[in-house]
Design a protein around this ligand. Structure first.
Ligand code: IDP
Ligand code: MG
Length: 154
C-alpha cells in the first residue's frame, strides 16, 4: 500500500442509532469493508459542541433541532482510516435523506426519516480533518498495524 493515499474520516452513530442498537451493525460494515479503526469513544456531546460541529448549517431552519437531537443522548464517535475513505464512507452511508438512499447503504437499510438518519460521516477531506480534530485529541489515537493490510492493498 506504499503508493496509495490513506485518509481518515470521522463517523458517528447518532443518538437514535445508539438507542436502536445499531452501533454493532455500523461498526461491522466498516470492518468488513476493510477499513481500520484508529480512534473511538462513547460520549454525550453538549448542545454547544454540536453547534460547533454543525456550524456550516447554522442558517438552516433545522439547525437548532438538529443540535438538540445530537446532544440528547450518547453518540458513538469513531475515526476510520483507509484508501479513499471519505468518499467511500459517504457512499456506505447513503444519501442524507434515507428516502433517497439505496438499499445496501446504511441509511437505505436502517432508517426512514431525514431528521433521524442514525449516522454522521464527513463529506470532504477538509471537513474530515476539521471534525477529527474537533472530536479527538492526538493522544486518543491508537497506533497499531492491521494484519489485514497486505491483503487489502496492492
Ligand atoms: P449529512 O449528514 O448527510 O452530511 P447534512 O446536509 O450535512 O447531511 O445535514 C446534517 C444533518 O442534518 C443530517 O444528517 C440530518 O440529520 C439533518 N438534516 C439535514 N437536512 C434536514 C432536513 O431537511 N430536516 C431535518 N433534518 C435535516
Ligand atoms: Mg454533512
Amino acid at each position: 500500500h506504499a503508493n496509495c493515499t490513506m485518509e481518515r474520516t470521522f463517523v458517528a452513530v447518532k443518538p437514535d442509532g445508539v438507542q436502536r442498537g445499531l452501533c454493532g451493525d455500523i461498526i461491522h460494515r466498516f470492518e468488513k469493508r476493510g477499513f481500520k479503526l484508529v480512534a473511538a469513544k462513547f460520549i454525550k456531546a453538549s448542545e454547544d459542541f454540536m453547534k460547533t460541529h454543525y456550524l456550516d448549517l447554522k442558517d438552516m431552519p433545522f439547525y437548532g433541532g438538529l443540535c438538540k437531537y445530537m446532544s440528547s443522548g450518547p453518540v458513538f464517535a469513531m475515526v476510520w482510516e483507509g484508501e479513499n475513505i471519505v468518499k467511500l464512507g459517504r457512499m456506505m452511508l447513503g444519501e442524507t435523506n434515507p428516502a433517497d438512499s439505496k438499499p445496501g447503504s446504511i441509511r437505505g437499510d436502517l432508517c426512514i426519516n431525514i431528521g433521524r438518519n442514525i449516522i454522521h460521516g464527513s463529506d470532504t477531506l477538509e471537513n474530515a480533518k476539521r471534525e477529527v480534530e474537533l472530536w479527538f485529541k492526538p493522544e486518543e489515537f491508537v497506533t497499531y498495524t492491521s494484519c489485514f493490510q497486505p491483503f487489502l492493498y496492492e
